[in-house]
Design a protein around this ligand. Structure first.
Ligand code: CP
Length: 308
């Protein structure tokens, strides 16, 4: 049976542990994995812009001896001629062994998976989910804090449209002793379904606040996000909300010495450049970890036999 990754919960907690252990080993011993995908092809089907996710997938495949193909905008694909996602994936299944798909429409990768003969990885669907960013985030948190349980996680910024936030909450909610502090303007609060279907049924501790500085000293992780300009219907609302939170080195003085700052990137204004030199800034480590964890995911979904 072909295995896909569409939603973060498609992987069990023990599968995520195994993936993160494999990613750690890939990071420590890259040569061991350098030819495990010789002859394999990855297709990157990106209907929406990306720098990190697409290049990270491509780097992951190239690091293991495979090759890559694809398109980086809907405008350069036959979507402009009206081809459906279902037909596109049927076609791509004839060319590639595995594919990563980003699409502005929520649910498009799931639709593709229904028609695919190869594993489909959701590389971000609208404001919905971004499961491989979550694997990147989990690897970084585990690496920095040594655990994924008993943590107070602050998520700050655009919690409404930020798909990385939705996926991360869904995943972390499965670990013991996680507390969420949801920091956003009223208009950009986390969607109701996250509260009603993820947090409340599991009795997960959470609070929704608008002020970052008052909660900063309590956090173990601060996950900053940009305001998602491309998801706004109204430019004036975006302009009003875009600079709601700007983390600076001065503000970080009240945070714990081992509170790490994560951000899925791209950053716009929400983290000042002076934070980059703080040893707690972990957002570029996230990018590097993203390659290792995508290597681990590709190997897992392709069912490649791993070296001892
Ligand atoms: N984090 C992330 O998804 O970045 P890109 O949009 O550049 O892929």
């Amino acid at each position: 049976m072909v295995r896909h990754l569409i939603d973060p919960l498609d992987l069990s907690v023990s599968e995520i542990d195994r993936l993160l252990n494999l990613a750690d080993d890939i990071a420590a011993n890259p040569q061991k994995y350098a030819h495990l995908c010789d002859g394999k092809k990855l297709a990157t089907l990106f209907y929406e812009p990306s720098t990190r996710t697409r290049m990270s997938f491509e780097t992951a495949m190239l690091n293991m001896g495979g090759s890559v193909m694809g398109f980086h905008s809907a405008a350069t694909s036959s979507a402009t001629k009206g081809e459906s996602v279902a037909d596109t994936i049927r076609v791509v299944s004839c060319f590639a062994d595995i594919c990563a798909m980003r699409h502005p429409k929520e649910g498009a990768p799931r639709r593709a998976a229904q028609f695919s003969k190869i594993p489909v990885i959701n590389a971000g669907d609208g404001g919905h989910q971004h499961p491989t960013q979550t694997l990147t985030d989990l690897m970084t948190i585990r690496c920095k804090k040594g655990r994924l349980h008993n943590l107070t996680i602050g998520l700050c910024g655009d919690l409404k449209f930020g798909r990385t936030v939705h996926s991360l909450i869904k995943s972390l909610a499965r670990y013991e002793g996680i507390r969420f502090v949801l920091i956003s303007p009223e208009e950009l609060r986390v969607p109701d379904y996250i509260i009603e279907e993820v947090l409340k049924p599991k009795n997960i501790s959470y609070e929704e606040v608008t002020d970052l500085e008052s909660v900063l000293p309590n956090l173990d992780i601060l996950y900053m996000t940009r305001v998602q300009k491309e998801r706004f219907f109204n430019e004036a609302d975006y302009v009003r909300l875009k600079d709601s939170y700007i983390l600076t080195e001065a503000k970080l003085q009240t945070a714990k010495p081992d509170m790490y700052v994560l951000h899925p990137l791209p950053r716009v204004n929400e983290i000042a450049l002076d934070v980059d030199d703080d040893p707690r800034a972990a957002y570029f480590d996230q990018v590097q970890n993203g390659v290792y964890v995508r290597q681990a995911l590709i190997l897992t979904l392709l069912g490649v036999k791993l070296p001892c």
